[in-house]
Design a protein around this ligand. Structure first.
Ligand code: KDG
Length: 308
């Protein structure tokens, strides 16, 4: 029985170290918000599975192998011979175009409520989802809604990272859908600026006001810090200083650090500190996923568990 099952699209990534131009060299990697969380949880010593769909193509095999090699159970990944694996290009050097997606009609965009049984069959303690999946297609949105509301025999906690991707859907289309999904989750992660763009909520307290019932709500405010609201309590933990190399994947790393602390029954402050520590490690690297946990993880964990 894994600690966590993470559900969502993972793409092949082509990374350009210089602004894209004819003849540029691209490095092939792997990236997907939810599998990034699964990989980081596995790196942090938890058991994690990833459920998705990939094409019957080299990219599908490459991304599945990359996730599996990092210790994640990929037995819940379906190969769809009729659709390609999604692809994205990171043209993130100064002056570059940013992140470019080639993922419409991808294999993962055909995720649907049919896939829910595979998720539940793991009997995991936690199911992690993100607001990227409902942007992929109506049927993928139905899967997320189903997993957040449907019956889990194992009594799984549902974790939802809002992850609004403006390149997939504009804020006006995403706002009410993402708010409705977040309201159904047990644990919600959202960026302060992201929430402001979606819901017009400038402060963490304003975000709490639109999501008052969520048992554990984490509002992340980039280099300033993160606030965890649970019941009437609010705990703020400042972000440590980091020399940022590339920010892609840092939100996923934060979620994995926080969820690791939650799975271990650590106090809220330790969960936030784990989130910052793991995010810091990804901010300092070019890749999207955690390679090795930073040393501070052990120190934070030494604080020990508390009863939940
Ligand atoms: O969170 C990092 C992700 O943005 C990246 O890995 C790609 O999953 C991705 C997406 O859909 O943007």
């Amino acid at each position: 029985r894994p600690d966590a099952v993470c559900v969502g699209e993972t793409m092949a990534v082509l990374h350009s170290a210089e602004p894209l131009a004819a003849g540029a060299s691209l490095t092939l990697g792997t990236g997907g918000a939810e599998s990034n969380v699964a990989v980081a949880l596995a790196r942090l010593g938890h058991t994690a599975a990833w459920v998705s769909r990939v094409g019957d193509d080299p990219f599908g095999r490459i991304v599945t192998d990359a996730v599996a090699e990092r210790g994640v159970d990929v037995s819940g990944v379906t190969v769809d011979p009729g659709r390609p694996t999604g692809l994205y290009v990171k043209d993130t050097a100064p002056g570059g175009a940013g992140v470019l997606y080639y993922r419409s009609s991808s294999a993962a965009s055909a995720l649907s409520a049919v896939d829910a049984d595979r998720v539940w069959s793991f009997g995991a303690r936690l199911v992690h989802l993100s607001g990227i999946t409902p942007a992929l297609s109506a049927q993928a949105a139905a899967l997320v809604e189903h997993l957040l509301t449907g019956h889990s025999d194992a009594g799984a906690l549902r974790s939802f990272d809002v992850n609004h991707r403006p390149a997939l859907w504009p804020a006006r289309a995403a706002a009410h859908i993402l708010l409705d999904l977040a309201r159904r989750a047990d644990v919600v992660f959202v960026g302060r600026d992201e929430a402001e763009r979606l819901w017009g909520t400038p402060t963490a307290e304003d975000v709490r006001a639109v999501l008052p019932e969520v048992p554990t709500l984490v509002v992340k405010d980039a280099e300033h810090g993160a606030t965890c609201f649970s019941g009437a309590d609010a705990v703020f933990e400042p972000s440590p200083e980091v020399d940022v190399v590339e920010a892609v994947g840092a939100g996923d790393a934060f979620a994995a650090g926080f969820l690791s602390g939650l799975l271990d029954g650590l106090p809220v402050r330790s969960r936030l500190r784990l989130g910052h520590a793991v995010a810091g490690e990804v901010l300092r690297s070019r890749g999207d996923t955690l390679e090795d946990p930073p040393r501070s993880v052990a120190e934070i964990r030494e604080g020990g568990p508390v009863s939940r």
